[in-house]
Design a protein around this ligand. Sequence first.
Ligand SMILES: [Fe+2]
Length: 378
Amino acid sequence: MSNEPSKGRILVLDDEPAVCALLSERLTMEGYDCETCSSGAEALAAMQHGPFDLVISDIRMPGMSGMEFLAQAHQRHPHSAFVMVTAEDDLRVAIQAMKQGAADYLVKPIQLDALLESVERALEVKRMETELENYRHKLEEMVDARTKQLQSAMRRIELTYDETLEALGAALDLRDTETAGHSERVRRYCLEIATAIGCSQDELKQISRGAYLHDIGKIGIPDSILLKDGKLTAEEMAIMQAHVRIGYDLVCRIAFLAPAAAIVLTHQERYDGTGYPQGLMGNEIPIGSRVFAIADTLDAMTSDRPYRRALPISAARAEVEREAGRQFDPEVVRVFLSIPEQTWENIRMEVAGRRVAGRVMPVTVSRSNPTSSRNSKS
Ligand SMILES: [Fe+2]
């Protein structure tokens, strides 16, 4: 026995013991680790015990034929190579064997040199297949790991986006105490209605951001107008109304906010075309803004104003119903009215709780003129 490592494990399957002995002896001499079996059933059992790199199988055998054996063995052991041997040089049998997964086909009487060549070739092909498979597997693992890294980076970026939004909204609220918590409540109301309408996850994300930033353009409105007591002049009103355009110009430049910018621009449009800045009508107004219009009215009516106490939610619902087809999209109104009043109450309390708990930036700082009566529906 040589001390050389085995060149591979080979199983010889033939019902003639003499053939088994001949092949086994030669293959062992060549450095292969060889076993023999005289029937398909015996060979399947042997393969069950330990994997073989290659099986040389006779085709014509009593009981299970070589082709039947090949079909079963190849299915159970796809990593083994098969070389088929038969007494007749029948091309159809050869083609069938190859189709069933055999690597090669030899005709009896077996030329031992040809057999060895065939065995080496078959093992080489198997080795390359295995290497390729391992490589593909590693590649898949690598892609998987990279995808996970990318997803986690995207989640972090997304989180940063939302933190940036909160800071922007808080900056706005600092200038406009009358609306303290307004942006967050309107955002939550919008999400509730838009979800009930059946908006996609992506639409919900844009609506959420657009609603939160709807009045961001007020940053560009002078204090003398934004905080003015009493009625605005026509000229002042025109300046105030410019907040939608200022907000749009601001937001659309930020790539991740660009899709939400449409809501900032159109949040003062009315379903009947009497809104501003473009006087859009019906479905010309983005769905996010048609949802926003209702959410904004709900929050304005149910919040305290210097000139009146907060009204009950039922009053806001009645107003929204009355304005269906005029200020509001009737279909969105229908969905809004189907949502229980308690939902809005819960959101109000949650947002108030969040603000007290300090999870939102401290936007409730007191101002020198807390009773200013501004044009709340700007
Ligand atoms: Fe506005």
